[in-house]
Design a protein around this ligand. Structure first.
Ligand code: NOJ
Ligand code: MG
Length: 482
């Protein structure tokens, strides 16, 4: 087994976790698809950047209806991504550098091509004569499809190629416990757990009522019209989550709980961390951001995140003038922070592909990482599965050598966050400014379009640009002894 980097049980509390989307990170064999060996070859970069851990999105065998989130074998590596031996080397090389490794666990559904679907149909949710209720799939359309082979109908919360498992069954829970133990035995430090609200569904399969109030986070239109109180988040979910927690022991479990902050609380009984999705989706508005931060910090164990492979990238949502300020907030709030590959060089959304690869339209957030200024961005020597966006304009090699670059700024923030100290409090700030205290430090970011006063003084530890007693639009500063 690969040695762990150190044994402190809650290493993750202030960790920076870097999300690797494996097919777009680094190709090592010229097939145009990133792979595990590619990730290993870039660990020195992650070490240099200063992150504590990497979370690797799925690399398991998959027919790719949902680019890896439809898993056909939970305890193997898709040959396109490499081998288990490559995986062991990756974990060993990460641990040598003090980097933790988190995998993506996808328990709510398998691929329709997973052998269980034919060999153990009882592990899924079935109806005999057609959809038994009004449940809607997250990507649109009914959540029930007919299996042509048996003539019966199966439940799928996402694409029809992703049949839902029935977590009320002990054999499903045990099968997943085995998966968790398999990877822990290979040295992984924890899991990001996909779509966890789906592990609990109403046993009687009652209709979801129409939504009576806004959900609180962006949802696809059709999906937003109903209140998913029976198709997800049912009270029995605790049985499923207890089983996962038991299997994971003290390994880190990060829940992808796609709920507004006010509803995340009870998931933290089972998860160490859950993503702060309200923060990810907050507009660049000081009042709204401050309220979102206030609610999330009260839960203490929400992980800050501003981008991932499912949503428009930070640089596109906030615009180039505000990206640094947003990164400053992300990396100076108390608690763990997740950083999506490419955000650190300011990658915006790309054009995606024609015809589109992801049916839900998420190609623009998944363009290959840009390592150098060559046309392939240094991502591959072959034909990339998705074109690099603009490596000549932004790439790691150029930005590493430039003290004023976005990349150098991220690195500086990651370094400075270690010194901020404990204690946290939001500060009354001029309009348009998000400000808070960490230890003896003041962090202030002007997210508005107007220049504002900076009412605090102190040594500037890091800033988005030159700062005196004013903050230009988008400017931010970390002050010592404020
Ligand atoms: C959340 C994942 O992040 C997303 O990419 C995927 O489509 C769904 N869960 C279904 O697994
Ligand atoms: Mg490859």
């Amino acid at each position: 087994m690969a040695p762990a980097a150190d044994t402190s049980a809650d290493w993750w509390r202030e960790a920076v976790v870097y999300q690797v989307y494996p097919r777009s990170f680094q190709d090592s064999d010229g097939d145009g698809l990133g792979d595990l060996e590619g990730i290993t070859s870039r660990l020195d970069y992650l070490d240099w950047l200063g992150v504590d851990a990497l979370w690797i999105s799925p690399f398991y065998p998959s027919p790719d209806a949902d680019l890896g989130y439809d898993v056909s074998d939970y305890t193997a590596v898709d040959p396109r991504f490499g081998t288990l031996a490559d995986f062991d080397r990756l974990v060993g090389a990460a641990h040598e550098r003090g980097l933790r490794v988190l995998l993506d666990l996808v328990p709510s559904h398998t691929s329709i091509e997973h052998p269980w679907f034919r060999e153990h149909p009882e592990r899924y949710v079935w109806a005999e004569d057609g959809p038994p209720n009004n449940w809607v799939a997250a990507f649109g359309g009914p959540a029930w499809s007919r299996d042509p082979q048996s003539g019966r109908w199966y439940l799928h919360s996402f694409y029809p190629e992703q049949p839902d498992l029935d977590w009320s069954r002990p054999d499903v829970r045990e099968a997943f416990a085995e998966v968790v133990r398999f990877w822990l035995g290979r040295g992984v430090d924890g899991f990001r757990v996909d779509a966890v609200e789906r592990l609990g569904k109403d046993r009687q399969l009652r209709d979801d009522p129409p939504a009576s109030e806004p959900f609180g986070l962006p949802l696809p239109e059709e999906y937003a019209r109903v209140d998913h109180r029976h198709s997800a988040n049912a009270p029995e979910i605790g049985i499923a989550l207890t089983a996962l927690r038991e299997a994971a022991g003290s390994a880190l479990l990060v829940g992808e709980v796609y709920l507004p902050t006010a509803r995340v609380h009870h998931y933290l009984e089972y998860f160490d961390l859950a993503f702060a999705f309200e923060f990810l989706h907050a507009p660049p508005d000081a009042g709204r951001l401050t309220a979102v931060i206030d609610a999330a910090t009260r839960l203490e164990r929400l992980a800050w995140v501003l981008s991932n492979h499912d949503f428009p990238r930070l640089a596109s949502r906030f615009g180039s003038s505000l990206t640094r300020g947003a990164a400053m907030i992300l990396l100076t709030l108390p608690g763990a922070a997740f950083l999506y590959q490419g955000d650190e060089i300011g990658m915006p959304n790309g054009p995606g592909a024609q015809p589109q690869i992801d049916r839900a339209g998420r190609d623009p957030f998944r363009h290959p990482m840009q390592w150098d200024s060559s046309p392939s961005g240094g991502f591959t020597t072959g034909r990339p599965w998705l074109e690099p966006r603009d490596p000549e304009r932004r790439n790691v090699a150029d930005q590493r050598g430039d003290a004023g670059s976005m990349l150098s700024f991220y690195r500086e923030l990651i370094e400075v966050r270690r010194e901020l100290g404990s204690g946290f409090g939001l500060l009354d700030a001029p309009e348009g400014v998000v400000a808070y205290k960490r230890g003896d430090h003041v962090i202030a970011v002007n997210v508005s379009g107007e220049t504002t006063r900076l009412p605090w003084h102190g040594e500037v530890l890091v800033a988005t640009g030159p700062v005196r007693d004013r903050l230009e639009p988008g400017a931010g500063v970390v002050l010592a002894d404020g």
